[in-house]
Design a protein around this ligand. Structure first.
Ligand code: 13P
Ligand code: SF4
Length: 308
């Protein structure tokens, strides 16, 4: 049944000149079908150079919105529009405007896990793969940063600037599930394993890790490391990607119940129907689209500056 649907999707994809972009947390059968699989940064970068007429985005809504603003001439579809990151809803655009009024000289760096209306208020966006780099490449000494409080803490540890976090308590419900006790237990069971956690985890969890990184950085780190075993502190979908790419290494979820329900809204059936009927198009209206695009472009420019 699943294989039949996968074949139908492949055939439709070819016929319609469509491409599938998928985030590392997607279900295995979607990861297997993806033309491009990655973390938020890789998917945003890939979205700047897509050769297709239709883009089916298997990820949460804010990721599809970024693909849409970078590709106004293409149809960007999402298999299930209910795939919306709850953290993105925690920072309304009005709260960003309030912070700008309070700190008029401070640039605003927003995590990509935000709605387009909030991004439109930002100086630049960032992802978990480049947040300290983007913040440190700015000239100002004080930076407004949101919405993830734990990512803001991670950035503050790596910056001499003053990082003002908005809102008071922005968080990811999946990464907040990890506790120091989970990590310590897994470390006890696998003393030779390296611990990799996502910066959306609590500071006390981050402090126990060998490496704090974005999902795709977990893959590149495990590729390079001489270690054979890794304890993984992020959404469990990442385990499939890691095992698929590095079958000779072992990946142990730090917490098996860390599942992002919104990422898992997509399945083969919904992907097939969205592509067949060209439905659930993601659109960002002007002037929000142009302003969002400039915050994304600024992120790429700051990354180039940091690398120079
Ligand atoms: P990455 O960009 O590290 O894949 O993270 C996206 C995300 O939503 C984490 O919860
Ligand atoms: Fe949002 Fe957390 Fe799900 Fe990532 S894992 S999409 S931050 S709710």
């Amino acid at each position: 049944m699943g294989e039949g649907l996968s074949q139908k999707i492949r055939a439709l994809k070819e016929k319609k000149r469509a491409i599938i972009l998928a985030h590392n947390y997607q279900r295995p059968e979607i990861q297997d079908l993806a033309d491009i699989l990655g973390d938020s940064l890789e998917l945003a970068r890939a979205s700047t150079e897509l050769d297709a007429e239709i883009v089916v985005f298997c990820g949460v809504n804010f990721m599809a919105e970024m693909a849409a603003v970078l590709n106004p001439d293409k149809k960007v579809l999402i298999p299930d529009p209910a795939a919306r990151c709850p953290m993105a809803a925690q920072l309304p655009a009005e709260e960003v405007r309030r912070a700008k009024r309070r700190y008029p000289d401070a640039p605003v760096v927003l995590y990509v896990n935000t709605l387009a209306e909030a991004k439109a208020e930002a100086t630049a966006v960032c992802t978990s793969a480049n947040a300290p780099k983007v913040v440190n490449a700015l000239e100002e000494d004080t930076v407004i940063f949101g919405p993830d409080k734990n990512l803001a803490w991670f950035v503050q540890q790596r910056s001499s600037k003053r990082v003002i976090a908005i809102p008071d308590q922005g968080y990811c419900y999946v990464h907040r599930m990890f506790t120091p006790a989970d990590i310590l237990l897994k470390k006890k069971q696998h003393p030779d394993a390296e611990v990799l956690v996502h910066p959306e985890c609590d500071p006390e969890v981050q402090k126990l890790a060998d490496r704090i990184c974005s999902t795709s950085q977990m893959l590149s780190y495990a590729q390079e490391s001489p270690a054979k075993r890794f304890i993984i502190g992020t959404e469990v979908g990442m385990i499939y990607r890691l095992k698929r790419e590095l079958p000779d290494k072992e990946f142990i979820p730090a917490l098996e119940t860390a599942v992002c329900e919104q990422m898992k809204e997509h399945n083969l059936e919904k992907l097939y129907l969205a592509l067949r009927d060209e439905k659930h198009e993601v659109k960002v209206e002007e002037p929000i689209a142009a302003k969002t695009k400039s915050a994304i472009d600024r992120m790429f420019e700051l990354m180039r500056r940091a690398a120079a």
